[in-house]
Structures are given as C-alpha cells and as structure tokens.
Design a protein around this ligand. Structure first.
Ligand code: CTP
Length: 395
C-alpha cells in the first residue's frame, strides 16, 4: 500500500514520525508532504530518514519538479492519502478546494477514487467551532474519512476533544478502516408520545450515547443510519439521520431500514406506553375535573421485533436501563429480545444512564459479563465498537 502522508502545523506533529514508522511496519510505503508550519514542529530530515523518500515542503522546490507537475505524479502514485495531524487551516483549505502549498496542492490532485483519511488535532474550542464542523461535514460529503480527535489533556493545558489519536491507532485506522463496507443502524434519544397538540410524555434520554456510537461507527468507515428521537445535540457528521418523534414512527423507520443493516444498535429510550387517544388542540383543565387520567396503550417493542425478524448474520445490540436486579433483568432482555449483546446501564448510579457525559456500562452476552469503569460516552462508544469488531472478527 502506497501512502501519501501529509503533516500539518500542530504540536501533535511530534507524533508524525511514529505514525510513519507504524505505517511502514504495517507494510506501507510512505511519501511525506509537510506544510510550511509543520516544519516548525518536526524536521523534514526526520521524516526523510524514516520514510526513505525525499520530503516535499515547498511546491516549487526545483528538486521535486517532474515536468512541472510533481503533485499530479505523487497524487497518482498513492493508493491512499493520510493527513495526521490535520489542522483547522488545512481542513478549511481542502473543504474549499484551495491549493496554496505543497500539501493542499497534492491533495487537490488526488483522484476521486483514492481514499482520503484525515486525523484532525486542535484545541477543543477550535474543534467545536462551527466553521471547523462545517468543513468536516463538507469533506465527509466529498468522501473523506475522519478520525475524530480523542478527549483528554492537551498541550495547551485544556481538557476536551482535540488530542491526536495514538500513532498505531491512526496507522491501523488508515490502512484498515474496520467497518468499511458495513451498514450500521442505530437508534438514539427519547420518543415523545403526544397527549394533545401541546403536551407529550417522554423521558430524560439526551441521545448522547447513541450519537457517540454513531460518530465512532462513521469514523471507522461504516455507513451509518441514525434513527433519532428529538434531542438537542447536533448530528455527527457523515451519518444519515432520520428524525422521528413517536415510538410508532421509530418502529416504522426501523422496519423500513433494518434489512440493509449488518449491525443494529438500539440505544433509544423508547416509550413503553402511549396515550390511547390524542386530543386535538389543547386540553383545558377546567373541563378535565379534579382527577383526570390518561388511558395508555402499549407501544410495539421495537427491539423484540428486530430480534424476531433479524437474519442470522445480523448482529443485534440492545440496551437495558435497570434499577434493581440489573444483571438478571438484562439477561432476561437478552433472551426475550433475541439480542447478541445487551449494554446494561444502572439508572440509579453516578456516571451512568441518561443525560451526563459519562457512562458506566456492563456488557451482557449469552456467556459474558464484562463490567467497565466509568468512562466518557465517546470512550464507551470506542470500547463498544472494539468489542463488537472483536466478536465479528472484523479487527
Ligand atoms: N425498546 C424498544 N421498544 C420499546 C421499548 C424498549 O425497542 N417499546 C428497547 C430499547 O431501545 C432498549 C431495550 O428495548 O434497547 C430495553 O429497554 P428498557 O427500557 O431497558 O426495557 P423494556 O423492554 O422497556 O423493559 P422494562 O421497562 O420492563 O425495563
């Protein structure tokens, strides 16, 4: 595998020599292009020694000219292009098709069929800036695969998303996106069951866990269908989102799309009951008396339906939110709903369940109980996919 390896200006460029080494160790041939700012953090000499190829840092350097179009030849030489670390500036340039330095020039010359993998690194406020998110979305639409930065302590002293992933992880991800070719269906968030035109029954699910699972699947190369109840967080870039409100709508969307999916993850907090009748307009309290009650009827259990209708090769993951007899109840759900795996959360514990940024998960399988420590929902998503990939022999 011939890899065109681009490096941008970021303190995390200190990891670039290791990334090149890991790529080579995994069997790749590597040619390096550096932006002018990248050379302030790591020298071209180091990269040249590791890659055993001349390093391009300047588009017009006479020694690289091959009839004036070295960038075209280099771009066509590559089976794959990887930029790590990828800066906010280079993301912006690529998203708008600029070619004002050696790296952006070569990347713009990349044939459309050549995979492009980007591993951004920057401070959290930069990463979360709407312009950066917009550029990422654009690049994903254009076909790039993005490895989101990890959360943690950054060189600036800040803590948050922005850390460049570890070199071996980047090299493996670049050479073997583990979920490439797989379609994943994920449900997330709560459902809303209307009482009348202005009121509804719902729950505290924020959608954060399901959205993190969707983002991670997308960064591993999967096609992701995210069926989402109403939440206030932004859709991860690169996923196909289908927005629903009620349990009935979520059921219909799952029925419509489930046959396309290789892996199904039901993290949504679906209402078990819905008002039997929905009043039009607004119910007036004066007309309802002192002890008004709503008649509820059971919704369809979507997970159970998926378990009954799935093909043998489809991998089905359910969630279980429990308060008492957690493991026993999760095992009962695993069996009753014919799941391959149940992700158990305990609702009454800190760092667990709805709303927060962390989760404490226990995996329950037919022969399995694996309890994890409290982790950020992003870290839970990574571990969950590592586990599923291991179970399916994908990693
Ligand atoms: N689920 C579903 N459809 C429903 C209710 C739940 O698909 N109508 C799914 C959830 O998405 C989750 C799993 O079933 O993956 C377990 O949800 P949970 O609320 O823990 O359990 P319930 O089956 O609703 O059972 P109970 O309320 O008795 O705990």
């Amino acid at each position: 595998m011939k890899v065109l390896f681009g490096i941008c200006g970021s303190i995390s460029a200190y990891k670039a020599p290791w990334i090149a080494r890991e790529l080579i160790r995994l069997g790749a041939e590597v040619r390096v292009i550096m932006t002018p700012d990248a050379t302030r953090f790591v020298t071209p000499l180091v990269m040249q020694n590791i890659s055993k190829h001349a390093v391009v840092t300047e588009a017009f350097a006479p020694e690289h000219q091959e009839n004036g179009s070295w960038h075209v030849h280099w771009a066509r030489w590559a089976d794959l292009a990887l930029v790590a670390p990828c800066s906010a500036t280079t993301l912006a340039k690529m998203a708008s098709g600029q070619a004002d330095n050696a790296l952006t020039l070569a990347l713009l010359s990349l044939p459309r069929s050549t995979p492009l993998r980007l591993a951004p690194a920057m401070d959290p406020d930069m990463w979360l800036h709407p312009s950066v998110q917009r550029n990422l979305q654009q690049l994903e639409q254009d076909g790039a695969l993005i490895l989101p930065p990890q959360e943690g302590e950054l060189a600036s002293g800040l803590v948050g998303p922005g850390r460049l992933a570890e070199p071996l992880h980047i090299a493996e991800w670049a050479l073997r996106p583990s979920l490439k070719g797989k379609t994943v269906l994920i449900t997330a968030g709560p459902t809303r069951e209307p009482i009348d035109g202005v009121r509804f029954i719902s729950n505290h699910s924020s959608g954060k866990m399901g959205y993190a699972i969707a983002a991670e699947a997308s960064s591993r190369g999967a096609r992701v269908l995210l069926i989402s109840g109403p939440v206030s967080i932004a859709a991860p870039s690169g996923v196909e989102i289908l927005r629903v409100e009620t349990a009935r709508e979520m059921f219909a969307a799952c029925q419509q799309h489930f046959s396309q999916a290789d892996i199904l993850i039901k993290s949504a907090a679906v209402a078990d009951f819905t008002p039997a009748r929905v009043a039009t307009g607004k119910l007036k309290k004066d007309q309802l008396g002192q002890d008004w009650s709503i008649q509820l009827e059971k919704t369809n259990d979507i997970l159970q339906w998926l378990g009954q209708n799935k093909r043998a090769e489809q991998y089905l993951v359910g969630f279980a939110l429990e308060i008492q007899d957690a493991e026993q109840n999760a095992r009962a759900k695993l069996q009753r709903k014919n799941c391959d795996l149940v992700v158990l959360n305990q609702a009454n514990q800190p760092d667990s369940g709805f709303g927060g940024d962390n989760n404490t998960i226990t995996l329950i399988g037919p022969e399995l109980k694996q309890a994890w420590p409290p982790l950020s929902k992003q870290a839970c998503a990574r571990r969950l996919w590592d586990f599923i990939e291991g179970s399916l022999g994908l990693s």
